[in-house]
Design a protein around this ligand. Structure first.
Ligand code: C2E
Ligand code: MG
Ligand code: MG
Length: 893
């Protein structure tokens, strides 16, 4: 028989023709159902279902159509009711199921992608046939996986015999089919149905979108919220406008079905390819991935849900939350709530897109840190990251949602720390501690009396293990997860709560320290210092636990101590006696001579420094540096790397770790390793704190093949050292345009002194000259003793007046030396300077200086031979006051 292809929907006509015609049609349907099925007039039409978060096709609903050769295309409202009343409906439903399976197979055989199809069942299907067996055998016959078939039933299906229906649903569930509740919200006992039966998905009735007002919106949001709390997926029916779509996305409704995406259409070969080419077709992996994400409720979420061990769906919230995906090396925010977007605006990030740009900009530390965070999170399931947006300190907390097919979804919350840890931090620490605090990687507070550990700051992951307030369990967990196996027992002893206060007290200080190997996210172990500091001014016995890396120069020694100890006593859990280093380590922060500690304000001006720092540079008090920058002090030959790293600390909150550089200390170029971290106040970076160690000795010790750079006699640079320093200055000039000058000093009376008093006295003179030069020119300039009577000063950034002033001062001060070791003598020196920018060549500068001094020497000589009296004062003392004929070396050139 010919199947007439109906051109359009006939349903409108049937309404127009009135009740008489309706009755005729009903009779027609009832009498022709078998024929219609046999002839293929009854067919499933497929309506697309779209994933809200991805926009891809994620399913179809099969809707029955009757393409009648006489009456045209009939809609379900014409035939479903009639078939139900006459108990024939199962014939139609079974036919639809069969065709759905058949067409699924055709798709697969044709190499087309597939998505799950849902079909509608009537209450009567469960009575009139063994619907479960029929679905099973049909699926089996066509090789359709059960996960590709979903059953839709309405609440009316459940009504008459709930126990039986619950049983039927269980059967479908157990076999692996999903059971969806159709038209949720349209009936009267919807909530009861939800309470009594297990549904996998709610199809929210299109009535709510039909009347899309504030009330309906609120109901929709509440339904989605409630569904997530119950762990049920959500689909909105009747999505017809953009506005609907935007709203559904906002409230986290997972799927959408409606005319906006397509009307029900008959199946044609190649359709799936078309979908794949246009909106895309969701794969099974993507479906699982999005199902995991869909379970997360960004609308309604509390602090609890972000913490480990709690579900990601929750209660009431005003938390800033976003679901973020990390895939192919980039982050993408796939969903965010309003509070999150407002929160971004508060820290100066204009939009979610801007946030994505920042976090994916790999030149920023944040990008690196957040990639590490993903690694952590895949193991730990929870991680936090402190970072800076603008100049505001933020905390990002992230919880793992799912990882599938190389994609990881995270639930992310971002707070500015004023709200969070910074406030806690302020409640707990006085100013000094606040500065020191920035040195630590991790800080917790142990409430000794309550056996509870409260995380304050840090991303080592220590507090993530404190899921339970049970102290012993928490430390045990941490030890197992993070502490190197052979350090564990020692760590647990160290952490023992019952003796913690006693041990701190016994230390004679306010703290104790221990060294343990801690596991990184990468898996390797490194030595860390764990300090326990009594918070004396807090009630209820609180102890601050701090963790920091052992960057100090005695690290190597420390580790060697441990290694040695364990080699000798493999089973001794206590480790070597570190009581000696305990105190000094802590003191290191404030006054240990190994560690130069300083802090600066936002403009990189010094705010303070410890005694070791002042001693190192030779300052009497901190007032000599306060308010000045490194450049003001002229400490670095090339200030750029220091400046840039400090700017990164101040602007990006990035810690500078182990920055190797040079600085000028008492006339000498020294190699240092510096570490710097931001200082926060009220959540904003107000400055930085840094510490450095001098590694010049270590470096020299390690470079045995190299020539010594320093002069044993004076302690100043020798010719080689000065040469090296000069090239660094030239390099800084060429790269940064930083000008420098060379002051050459000759001791005119040196030959005579040597001749008169002997060489060992001559050495004393040179040593004294060196000390005087250090005191005049030392801190910011490089000083060298190039050979017997010649000294050189290299100076950056000084004006001509300053340089001339220095030359005068050097001559005057050396001349004013009354005696050396009780032997009266006069040191007559000549000093002159040359500027690199003016002369452009080091050798020329030397020559220039030599010529200047010659001129002055000759003028002086002429002056004296012109009858000028010698100094009466020196004559009285009988010293050698006369200038000799100067340096022979210079003359001869
Ligand atoms: P339903 O399962 O809730 O199907 C959704 C109905 O909404 C479909 O009507 C569909 O065409 C329509 N629809 C989809 N998107 C939109 C939209 O954006 N706007 C509007 N205004 N309508 C939209 P349809 O195909 O006429 O089906 C009506 C009902 O008939 C279905 O409601 C379902 O309960 C029943 N039905 C359909 N096919 C079958 C079947 O094979 N077996 C059984 N037992 N019942 C079926
Ligand atoms: Mg339906
Ligand atoms: Mg429906």
């Amino acid at each position: 028989m010919d199947v007439v292809r109906a051109p359009g929907r006939a349903v409108g006509n049937s309404h127009a023709l009135g009740i008489a015609h309706d009755n005729d049609l009903r009779t027609y349907v009832i009498t022709h159902i078998n024929e219609a099925i046999d002839n293929g007039w009854v067919r499933p039409y497929y309506q697309p279902v779209v994933r809200t978060l991805s926009g891809k096709l994620c399913g179809f609903e099969a809707l029955a159509r009757w393409e009648d050769p006489v009456h045209g295309l009939l809609d379900p409202c014409v035939f479903i009711g009639a078939l139900e009343e006459t108990r024939l409906i199962h014939l139609l439903d079974c036919s639809i199921i069969r065709q759905v399976c058949q067409q699924y197979r055709a798709c697969v055989d044709n190499g087309e992608p597939t998505v799950p199809v849902s079909f509608n069942l009537s209450r009567l299907d469960f009575d009139l046939c063994d619907i479960f067996s029929i679905v099973e055998s049909t699926a089996h016959e066509f090789g359709v996986p059960r996960r590709m078939l979903n059953i839709e039933i309405t609440e009316t299906v459940l009504g008459t015999d709930p126990a039986y229906m619950a049983d039927m649903m269980r059967k479908f569930h157990e076999a692996g089919y999903q059971v969806w509740m159709d038209d949720f919200g349209s009936g009267y006992s919807t909530l009861n149905a939800l309470k009594d039966f297990d549904f996998d998905e709610l199809k929210i009735d299109m009535e709510f979108l039909n009347r899309f007002g504030e009330k309906s919106k609120t109901i929709l949001a509440s339904v989605v919220d409630m569904a997530k709390k119950l762990g049920i997926q959500t689909l909105a029916e009747g999505v017809e406008t953009e506005e609907h779509q935007v709203y559904l996305r906002r409230i986290g409704c997972e799927k959408m079905q409606g005319y906006l995406f397509g009307k029900p259409q008959p199946f044609s070969v190649g359709d799936m390819h078309k979908f794949a080419d246009t909106i895309g077709v969701e794969t099974t992996a993507e479906r699982l991935y999005f199902n995991d994400i869909g379970a997360v409720n960004t609308l309604s979420m509390s602090e609890r849900n972000l913490t480990p061990g709690n579900p990601t769906h929750g209660y009431v919230t005003s938390m800033p939350l976003a679901i973020t995906e990390f895939a192919d090396g980039a982050f993408r925010v796939i969903d965010s709530n309003r509070v999150f977007r407002e929160g971004l605006a508060n820290v100066g990030i204009s939009s979610v897109e801007e946030a994505e740009r920042l976090i994916n900009d790999t030149s920023r530390p944040l990008a690196r840190q957040s990639r590490q965070l993903v690694e952590t999170i895949e193991v730990e399931k929870y991680a936090r990251l402190d970072f800076v947006a603008g100049d505001i300190a933020c905390v990002m907390r992230a919880k793992h949602i799912t990882t599938r097919n190389g994609k990881t979804a995270l639930l992310v919350s971002i707070d500015d720390t004023i709200e969070q840890s910074e406030r806690k931090r302020h409640e707990r620490m006085d100013d000094l501690l606040a500065v020191m605090y920035t040195i630590y990687e991790h800080v917790d507070v142990i409430h000794v009396d309550k056996g509870y550990i409260e995380p304050v700051f840090g991303n080592i992951g220590l507090h993530t293990h404190y899921e339970s307030p049970d102290y012993a369990k928490a430390t045990q967990q941490f030890a197992e997860a993070t502490i190197y196996p052979s350090d564990r027992k020692r760590f647990l002893d160290y952490m023992r709560l019952d003796s913690i206060l006693e041990r701190i007290e016994d230390s004679g200080e306010n703290f104790i320290t221990g060294f343990f190997r801690l596991r990184h996210h990468g898996g390797e172990y490194t030595w860390k210092m764990i300090g326990l500091i009594r918070l004396a001014d807090r009630p209820n016995n609180q102890v601050m636990l701090v963790i920091r890396s052992t960057h100090w120069s005695f690290d190597g020694l420390l580790q060697a101590t441990f290694d040695e100890h364990y080699a000798a006593n493999p089973s001794d859990p206590k480790g070597p006696d570190l009581s000696l280093s305990d105190g000094s380590l802590w003191r290191a922060l404030a006054r240990d001579d190994n560690v130069m500690l300083f802090w600066k304000d936002r403009e990189r001006r010094f705010v303070g420094a410890n005694q070791a720092f002042l001693d190192y540079y030779g300052f009497e008090s901190a007032s000599e540096i306060i308010g000045k920058t490194d450049e003001d002090m002229g400490w670095h030959i090339d200030p750029m790397p220091f400046m840039q790293s400090e700017q990164r600390v101040l602007n990006e909150g990035e810690s500078a770790k182990d920055l190797v550089g040079q600085c000028i200390v008492r006339g000498e170029v020294r190699n240092i390793i510096a570490n710097k971290r931001p200082v926060y106040r009220n959540g904003r970076i107000v400055g930085l704190v840094g510490y450095f160690t001098d590694i010049s000795e270590e470096q020299h010790a390690g470079n045995e093949g190299n020539l010594p750079l320093r002069d044993n006699l004076t302690g100043l640079l020798n010719y080689t050292g000065l040469e090296a320093a000069t090239w660094q200055f030239v390099d800084a000039y060429k790269r940064q345009g930083i000008d420098f000058a060379m002051i050459s000093i000759s001791i005119e009376s040196f030959k005579t002194i040597n001749a008169e008093f002997g060489y060992s006295f001559g050495d004393k003179v040179l040593k004294r000259v060196a000390d005087e030069l250090v005191s005049i020119a030392g801190h910011q300039r490089v000083l060298g003793h190039v050979h017997s009577d010649r000294f050189v000063v290299l100076a950056q950034g000084d004006s001509d007046e300053t340089l001339q002033g220095l030359c005068d001062e050097i001559e005057r001060q050396l001349m004013n030396i009354p005696d050396i070791d009780g032997t009266p003598c006069t040191v007559y020196a000549l000093a002159s300077f040359a500027r690199f920018s003016a002369i452009g060549d080091i050798d020329e500068m030397k020559r220039y200086n030599r010529d200047r001094r010659s001129e002055r020497r000759n003028a002086r000589y002429a002056e004296m031979h012109g009858g000028q009296a010698k100094s009466s004062r020196s004559q009285e003392r009988g010293e050698i006051a006369l200038p000799d004929d100067g340096s022979g070396e210079e003359r001869s050139a």
